[in-house]
Write a protein that binds this ligand. Structure first.
Ligand SMILES: O=C(O)[C@@H](O)C(=O)CO
Ligand SMILES: [Mg+2]
Length: 258
């Protein structure tokens, strides 16, 4: 069975954010991850993580102006200064909460822009960020995300993410492979795991049921089969549980036994 991390942004939303790590520990999770923790002072979050006994294994860098619809800055021409500030903020926060992985979001295609025109900015910004993170023990991750959930998002496919990682060619830049997005965009999930996990360029996995993004065993994916594939490939990293529970979080955890 893979090692599961509870995503504190989507799970345990019955509780205040800072109470969620303890709830995950009570439910037997060995780690937690989250999306954007920045409204909580890093020292306070670090203390609550320490109380829970669980490590934080992944969080996102700030996404830019989320209220205005921004979902990352890394691929946006003309926003390099804001991108660099976001990375510096994330690395400082990560060092306090001892988080070893940062998801760096690409952003949405600005209206009237060709997708290919953004690639040089994405590669250049990621190379800069990888240099900033070098020596901190933090890996940077890029995640293909489906266009149904995030219209206009720049990075959608596994092959594109791996192409970018190879172009940047930094040992601390990897792919965050979310099986939910992978199934929505391209399918053939087990074969993609077999193709990409052995490359060593996948730094984190995430899972959810498809299409509703509920518990992993609800919907068209065979979660038990995929977990066997992940184990058979010898993947030693974390699988983030990034789904919206159908009801109360703890009551919906039966899929781990099944
Ligand atoms: O799958 C997702 O939506 C995420 O992993 C994420 O970080 C978006 O904020
Ligand atoms: Mg994800």
């Amino acid at each position: 069975m893979p090692r599961f991390a509870a995503n504190l942004t989507l799970l345990y939303t019955e509780l205040p954010f800072l109470d969620r790590a303890a709830a995950a520990a009570r439910d037997g999770f060995e780690a937690v991850e989250c999306q954007f923790p920045y409204e909580h002072p890093a020292a306070e979050f670090a203390a609550r993580l320490a109380d829970s006994g669980l490590p934080l294994v992944l969080m996102n860098a700030p996404p830019g102006d989320a209220a205005a619809g921004e979902r990352g800055l890394a691929a946006l021409p003309g926003r390099q200064a804001d991108f660099r500030h976001a990375i510096d903020t994330a690395l400082a926060y990560a060092s306090v909460v001892r988080c070893p992985r940062l998801h760096v979001m690409a952003g949405r295609l600005p209206a009237g822009t060709e997708r290919a025109a953004l690639q040089p900015t994405f590669v250049e910004n990621l190379a800069w960020a990888a240099r900033q993170a070098a020596g901190t023990g933090v890996d940077l991750l890029i995640e293909p995300i489906n266009l149904r959930d995030m219209p206009g998002y720049f990075l959608n496919r596994q092959d594109h993410a791996h192409e970018i990682v190879q172009l940047v060619n930094a040992p601390n830049l990897k792919v965050q492979m979310d099986l939910y997005h992978c199934q929505v965009v391209e399918g053939d999930v087990a074969m993609k795991l077999r193709q990409y996990l052995p490359t060593g360029r996948v730094g984190h996995l995430q899972v959810a049921g498809v299409p509703e993004r509920q518990e992993p065993d609800i919907g068209e994916l065979n979660a038990a089969y995929l977990f066997d594939v992940i184990d058979a490939l010898g993947y030693g990293g974390w699988v983030g549980c990034e789904y919206r529970p159908r009801g109360e979080t703890s009551a919906g955890l039966g899929w781990r036994q099944r």
